[in-house]
Write a protein that binds this ligand. Structure first.
Ligand code: FAD
Ligand code: SF4
Ligand code: SF4
Ligand code: SF4
Length: 357
């Protein structure tokens, strides 16, 4: 199954219908996949840096140009969602948290993401993982990382509410090693980045077999991300410096900021909306609906909810359980959690519909 091929150039497709329309998610998939290397990134947006030979590839890998939900689901899961599957194709849902104290020390919620990655690397299911980490010396500034060990995975743990525009570009590393020695990698990304990776995997005759190179696609739930400068400015307006922050969390309409000193402050989230990235407003995917396994917390303290969507997602989750990395509970023990998931899913769809209408 492949997405529709249109032989149109960059300006007619992405330039007009995505970037000028304010819909660009900034995922970088077009930049990575242009066979002629004529797309560059400027201020988080793709731009032509040389003449476009009109091959149509960039439009095929752009999640904001024409994203065929049914085709992507059939490709990733072997079937499209049923009418009652509001959160996309789901094999099963489960609550989980890490049993590893080193993971629990640094993770955002229950440490499920890091535990899956550590299992995948240590059990040899993948060679490494393409992740969003933090740029050295610039707190909270997102940067792409390729992690090959537990220490490198844990160095990326925690959530940054800023956007890694180099993350999808980082799958190029996985692609290069797949070509060199058939290596496999895991990928962790936000829903727009997961969509981009799926479209890459669906490309007809790509130079890299992306389905093999990116063996596991782990998606994070996401409502929005903010510009780095905006986040810094908002904290500064409250007398805070990003340099002093150990962890941030968004909970019940508040930005909860934890400092290195152990002090915790709650800020109103609303003023930060001024700095929400433009491309997030048209985004309808809350629960990373096209990942092998989608993970969030939905307000659970120290636990994650996992939506296992594919056979690969099941394989990875099972490996982590068998490795003794995870404690699990049935979702039914937290009846409120599905109500929250439904509310956030619907709210994001409504916001996107309003933006696109
Ligand atoms: C921008 C953002 C918004 C989110 N919004 C929600 C929400 O509304 N509701 C909800 O339930 N959950 C949300 N999440 C997911 C949640 O914050 C946790 O990431 C998730 O519960 C996994 O927790 P963990 O303890 O398993 O993660 P950890 O084991 O700590 O691992 C976290 C992983 O996230 C990756 N990561 C961190 N920041 C980014 C980023 N900016 N882009 C890509 N990858 C990143 C890291 O590389 C790491 O691998 C959001 C996450 C992010 C990054
Ligand atoms: S050469 Fe192809 S992929 Fe590159 S910008 Fe032009 S149409 Fe897009
Ligand atoms: S959404 Fe991604 S693929 Fe589409 S134009 Fe923006 S950066 Fe390129
Ligand atoms: S809301 Fe999240 S998934 Fe959607 S475009 Fe923004 S960062 Fe990407």
């Amino acid at each position: 199954m492949t997405v529709k091929t249109e032989l149109l150039g960059f300006e007619e497709t992405l330039g007009e219908k995505v970037i000028k329309a304010g819909l660009c998610a900034g995922c970088g998939s077009c930049v990575l996949n242009c066979p002629f290397w004529v797309i560059g990134f400027r201020d988080g947006k793709p731009t032509l840096i040389d003449e476009c030979p009109v091959c149509g590839v960039c439009a095929q890998v752009c999640p904001r140009y024409s994203f065929d939900v049914e085709a992507v689901e059939k490709f990733a899961f072997g079937r499209s969602r049923k009418a009652d599957e509001e959160f996309g194709v789901v094999k099963r849902m489960v609550l989980a948290r890490s049993k590893d104290p080193e993971v629990l020390e640094v993770c955002q919620d229950g440490g499920l993401v890091s535990s899956l990655l550590i299992t995948a690397v240590e059990k040899g299911l993948v060679e490494g993982a393409v992740l969003s980490g933090v740029k050295e010396g610039v707190p909270c500034y997102p940067d792409m990382r390729v992690a090959y060990s537990k220490a490198e995975i844990l160095a990326c743990a925690g959530s940054r509410y800023t956007f890694s525009d180099r993350l999808v570009l980082g799958t190029g590393v996985a692609g290069a090693f797949w070509m060199a020695r058939s290596s496999k990698y895991a990928f962790v990304g936000l829903p727009c980045q997961v969509q981009a990776v799926r479209l890459m995997q669906m490309l007809p005759n790509p130079p890299v077999n992306w389905s093999e190179a990116v063996r596991y696609v782990i998606g994070l739930f996401c409502t929005e991300t903010f510009t780095y400068d905006g986040l810094r400015a908002y904290l500064a307006s409250q007398g805070m410096e990003l340099e002093d922050v150990r962890k941030m969390n968004i909970k019940a309409g508040k930005l909860v900021v934890e400092f290195g000193t152990g002090e915790v402050k709650e800020l109103a989230l609303e003023p930060l909306m001024e700095y929400r990235r433009e491309g997030c407003e048209a985004c309808w995917d809350f629960s990373a609906e096209f990942a092998d396994i989608s993970i969030g917390s939905l307000g659970l303290e120290g636990w994650n909810i996992a939506l296992i969507r594919s056979e690969r997602g099941e394989e990875l989750f099972r490996a982590a359980v068998e490795a003794g990395m995870l404690e699990t509970r049935p979702v039914e023990e937290e009846p409120n959690v599905l109500k929250v998931l439904r509310r956030l899913t619907r709210r994001k769809r409504r916001r996107a519909e309003a933006r696109r209408s």
